[in-house]
Design a protein around this ligand. Sequence first.
Ligand code: PMT
Length: 401
Amino acid sequence: MSNLSNKNVLLGISGSIAAYKSAELIRRLQDSGATVRVVMTKSATEFITPLTMQALSQNPVHTELLDEVSESAMGHIELARWADFLIVAPASANLIAELTHGRSDNLLTAICLATSSDILLAPAMNQRMWLNPATQENVALLKSRGYYISTPEDGDQACGETGPGRMAEPNQIISLTNTLFQSDLLTGTNILITAGPTREPLDPVRYLTNHSSGKMGFALAEAACSAGAKVTLVTGPVNLQTPRYVVRYDVETAQDMLETCLEHAPSADIFIGCAAVSDYRPKYRNSEKIKKTDEFFKLELIRNPDVVSHVAGKFERMFCLGFAAETHHVLENARQKLLTKKLDLLVANDVSNPEIGFDSDLNEVSLIWHKGEEKLQQATKTVIAKQIINRLAALYIDSRN
Ligand code: PMT
């Protein structure tokens, strides 16, 4: 069964000659089991008629934002709520620019702004327009906000030029949409995830810690849950809400984190170590506040246990994913950690860039496993988490066969 079965897909069409491919796209979406409704911009109607789209989708086509009849039947907010997924194909350079600026002066852009569902854009335009830095920057910004992009193809264009900008073929768009809807991949699995920093106390008022906010680990917990897994989250001190259906345990030190993980690991199939666990802790924990005396203060540290290595070493059948937060030689160090920590998959995170990684909503990582590597472009942690979970699920299923 297709992942699109019984899903509501809203197909947005903007003004481009590639609009003729949207007719085929409706058919392919329906073949995959989706119900399709169509929204067209005014300029889209210059390329293909609403009547064609209505006949194919078997639903009225929506074109007007301020129309009493359509607003009383199914207005822009209703459509935004109805859609499980939005595909804008073709997405013209102008529409992409409008979305970047959060404009809502036509029905399609208003729905994109109002929906909480995922949006996939299939750009189509002249190759110079596509390569123009304005378009490239707009697309990068939309990606970082969580939009998915079906990269346009290279080839002969309707305008007579040759280059990138041809809208992806309907079957490619369907295949990408299917991947994004892989909701049942981890059904029946238990996943144990660590997130956030640890705090290693020095005295009753001071501790050693780091900048981890927990956002990446919490996004992974949410994505794993959406993929059907039962998720247990062991987190250091963070200021985040627990995702729905996730069972959460709060811990403080690396030792607490290890103990809680060892307690829950026997029932887990997959372990994800995303926490920024302190490698060292103060050798002595003063029961009273340390007083200011000499000019210099020597702090003696001892090694903390390595949570992910303990779990991977003790539960050999468990599928283990670790992170590597690195500031230099990122890929080399990460490949090394995959081996030394006996992991199945490693996420290499370059934390030298303050725009991503620690305490940011964005991330950009490389996935490294024993037979391959994949770079994930900069995006929100929600999107990166989905992509990590998709890769993890594929490798996990492979490892069990
Ligand atoms: O929390 P955010 O603000 O969203 O930031 C996300 C993040 C940057 C913390 C995250 O993406 C990340 O990179 N997490 C790993 C941080 C880290 O401790 O990396 P490391 O290279 O030092 O450790 C390698 C692996 O060993 C990690 O899986 C870590 O969880 C684990 N480890 C490390 C030390 C230790 N004592 N026990 C461990 O389990």
